[in-house]
Design a protein around this ligand. Structure first.
Ligand SMILES: [Zn+2]
Length: 117
């Protein structure tokens, strides 16, 4: 079950919440990765991943790309990574949130869905 569905399920009633709390790794994930869970919910990627996948990422230590200490989780891929890889690895290239606006203003058209030039 994806992260978003788990939290929606928890809101049904106390019994549903108790069932979710009994799942292996749930309490550990909530206790140690609440910020990551909140980030996935706010960025609407929570439906792409399961709590089990997040738990597995939390249980790894090394950067997926270079093998060094991975102090970060690259959320779009749920991948453990280190700061140098975040800054330089082509696999982790990020697009700025205002990229559509900049692109549109450069080529003189408007972007639908809230982005404006
Ligand atoms: Zn690395």
């Amino acid at each position: 079950m994806d992260i978003e569905s788990v939290f929606n399920f928890c809101q049904i009633n106390l019994r549903a919440r108790q069932m979710v709390c009994a799942v292996r790794g749930y309490q550990t994930t909530i206790n140690h990765a609440l910020a990551a869970i909140c980030a996935t919910l706010r960025t609407k990627i929570a439906k792409w991943f399961t709590l089990h996948e997040l738990f597995d990422v939390l249980c790894t230590r090394d950067c997926h790309l270079c093998g060094g200490f991975g102090g970060f989780i690259f959320l779009p891929l749920f991948m453990r990574c280190c700061l140098p890889c975040v800054q330089t690895a082509p696999q982790l290239v990020q697009v700025r949130h205002d990229f559509p606006t900049q692109f549109a203003s450069r080529f003189k058209f408007r972007v639908r869905g809230g982005y404006r030039s």
